[in-house]
Design a protein around this ligand. Structure first.
Ligand code: ZN
Length: 246
């Protein structure tokens, strides 16, 4: 019996050791914008362009319905989607392009995997990801980005402090619209249509073959029909937790 106890204790101790070796707990910051003083309310739509292609269902719907959006682009997406970038640049009143990193690597400065994606793994690699994303945007002639959102939208607290020192605000969100673009059209539409005054929606504009994209359009049109005002992050007073905006 005593032997068993000692054995269990050893297991417990090694579990503690494993947990503490797993570096800092990651955070997924939230972001809200200042609610409207009157009317139905205002909502910020943010769309990530991680890699891959462009969901023209969403891009066309934004242009046709004059819905402003903040697009978080990576260096790799910018390289492969020149036509979409042209459309966005032709509508500066609608599209604000911000920094989603150079190579879509999570801004986590210890080695680990997040949703199966390898983290940057060191402070230097986090800096390289943030700075190369900003440089890629500068090369397209876009204004210098002011907001950063890392791949997977999860961060180590020390990486958040570093990114803030570089002068970027970090864009969390309050409504996960498309579940990483993996949700069905109906559920995506339901989540987006449920946005309330002050919410910041996150979805994806880089997965043209996913059903979620259709739901993004439906949800946005439902909000527009309700009379919701869409604002971009630069035009709104955004407040995030975990030291991401203050
Ligand atoms: Zn992404």
């Amino acid at each position: 019996m005593r032997l068993l106890q000692r054995h269990l204790c050893t297991i417990a101790m090694s579990l503690v050791a494993v947990c503490s070796a797993h570096a800092a707990t990651l955070v997924e910051p939230t972001l809200h914008i200042k609610p409207a003083a009157s009317g139905v309310g205002r909502v910020a739509l943010t769309l990530d362009a991680c890699d891959g292609q462009t969901d023209t269902r969403i891009l066309s719907a934004l242009v046709e319905n004059k819905i402003p959006a903040t697009i978080f682009v990576t260096g790799i997406w910018l390289k492969r989607n020149a036509a979409a970038v042209e459309i966005m640049r032709a509508h500066p009143d609608l599209f604000e392009l911000e920094n989603h990193g150079g190579r879509h690597i999570p801004a986590v400065d210890s080695p680990q995997k997040i949703y199966g994606i390898k983290s940057a793994g060191s402070p230097d690699a986090v800096l390289a990801e943030v700075e190369s994303g900003a440089a890629a945007l500068a090369r397209t002639g876009e204004p210098a980005p002011k907001w950063f959102r890392g791949a997977t939208a999860e961060y180590s607290p020390s990486a958040i402090a570093m990114i803030r020192k570089l002068g970027f605000k970090i864009a969390g969100f309050s409504i996960n619209g498309d579940g990483g673009s993996l949700l069905g059209a109906k559920e995506t539409a339901r989540r987006i249509a449920a946005a309330k005054d002050g919410d910041v929606i996150i979805s994806h504009i880089n997965q043209p073959t996913h059903a979620a994209g259709e739901g993004v359009v439906q949800g946005l049109l439902a909000l527009k029909a309700k009379g919701v005002t869409f604002v971009r992050l630069d035009d709104a007073d955004g407040t995030g937790n975990h030291g991401t905006t203050d």
